[in-house]
Ligand binder design. Structure first.
Ligand SMILES: Cc1cc2nc3c(=O)[nH]c(=O)nc-3n(C[C@H](O)[C@H](O)[C@H](O)COP(=O)(O)OP(=O)(O)OC[C@H]3O[C@@H](n4cnc5c(N)ncnc54)[C@H](O)[C@@H]3O)c2cc1C
Length: 369
């Protein structure tokens, strides 16, 4: 008999939801996390009384009713509604593209006037768009492309929009209402008291070992439990046998400022090409904070190299094929369940990863408790 039923590698949301369900079903879990804290990417660090989203801004939003009910068992969400602002060389526009944006851009007042303006500008592109620039103009017209899409996208990809393939942007949602709510989902918010509260509740009852990389001593760890739930990168689990999967990364530069309100909103996108960062996040606004100081994070796109934080998978055909090879190995690996954004090499929003962990738990235990 091994001392634990499950060894959970990685203390992120997937690991947390699975651990909560396992514990509820009377199973004993040991969690091994290589960072100094649980929470994975949703971990927040308290600075000056402000919950700073250490691994990038996280806004919970969902249309999955069962996921919303599930997370609300552990935390209450505030009424934060994501309404980012775009700053183009000092001109401010509301996001997502809506009547407020069009009014600021052209002075139009009615949806009909806005539609006419966009249609005129879209008509510039005839035939199949040959690159991302043509694709974006064919979707939203020249002005919005020039001021709100071009610089931001070029900074993100480090290449000109004329050199980028059209398929990167499939849709650019346009709303002909005065509605600045970024998401269409019926539920959104930030846990009152921060994400760490949710994380603490999910891992309640588990034994936890921090600052420990499972892969550095995997023999020792697997002997401690009947089964493993692995949420780290899939290529590292298989010692990069077929090569490394690629990611896109970001670099976050945090600064504490001696003012109570720096930009008046949580998210400002800098959409010109010259400003080197893509966004400034002012964390206190996620929770309507009234602390005397504020903390901001400038977000810089960055090339990813092995050893850096793997943020966004690059789901092009090369990486996808590579992933399939690893996934085939994972399927044959006995006693190990692979889950979460790193082990499945896919971008998951928090609600999706929660749903995925609940599905895994249901398969394992037969019911959700
Ligand atoms: C910049 C950014 C912004 C985002 N914003 C949003 C948002 O606004 N809304 C939203 O819904 N979603 C957002 N997401 C997605 C969200 O972060 C994920 O859905 C969620 O964090 C996935 O949880 P996970 O458990 O799969 O992975 P993770 O949170 O990455 O957890 C995996 C954990 O495993 C640990 N680990 C890995 N390998 C090992 C090892 N060998 N040994 C021990 N531990 C290991 C890692 O340290 C990590 O703690 C964002 C993602 C990024 C990158």
């Amino acid at each position: 008999m091994k001392p634990y039923d499950y060894l959970i590698v990685g203390g992120g949301l997937f690991g947390g939801v699975f651990a909560q369900q396992a514990t509820a079903h009377g199973k004993k879990c040991l969690v091994v996390e290589k960072r100094p804290n649980l929470g994975g990417n949703i971990y927040c660090e308290n600075v000056e009384g402000i919950n700073v989203h250490k691994y990038g801004a996280h806004i919970f939003h969902t249309k999955l009713e069962h996921v919303w009910r599930y997370v609300n068992r552990f935390v209450t969400f505030n009424r934060y509604t994501n309404s980012p602002i775009a700053n183009y060389k000092g001109e401010l526009y509301n996001m997502p593209f809506n009547m407020n944006t069009f009014h600021a851009m052209w002075g139009v007042i009615t949806p009909e006037q806005a539609k006419k303006k966009i249609e005129e500008q879209r008509a510039e592109i005839t035939g199949e768009p040959k690159n991302l620039e043509e694709q974006a103009i064919s979707l939203v017209g020249k002005d919005i492309y020039e001021k709100l899409v071009r610089g931001y996208t070029e900074k993100q990809w480090g290449r000109s929009c004329r050199e980028l393939p059209a398929f990167i942007i499939k849709r650019l949602p346009v709303r002909y209402t005065y509605d600045n709510n970024y998401f269409n989902d019926p539920h959104q918010g930030i846990p009152i008291g921060g994400y760490n509260r949710l994380v603490d509740r999910l891992f309640e009852g588990c034994d936890v070992v921090l600052d420990t990389d499972f892969l550095e001593d995997r023999e020792k760890w697997v002997q401690k439990a009947e089964k493993v739930v692995y949420t780290g990168t899939i290529d590292s689990y298989f010692d990069y046998r077929f090569g490394e999967l690629e990611y896109r990364s970001i670099r976050l530069e945090n600064e504490t400022l001696d003012t109570d309100n720096y930009q008046g909103v949580a998210v400002v996108n800098y959409t010109d090409r010259e400003t080197p960062f893509t966004r400034i996040i002012e964390h206190k606004h996620f929770e309507f904070g009234n602390q005397p100081k504020t903390v901001i994070s400038r977000e810089y796109p960055s090339e990813w190299k092995l050893g850096m934080e793997p943020y966004y998978p690059v789901n092009d055909s090369h990486n996808q094929e590579l992933y399939q090879k690893y996934a085939a190995l994972a399927e044959k690996e006995r006693g190990v369940l692979f889950g979460g954004r790193l082990a499945e090499y896919r971008y998951y929003d928090m609600d999706q990863v929660t749903a995925s962990a609940l599905r895994a738990a249901e398969r394992e235990f037969g019911a959700i408790l």
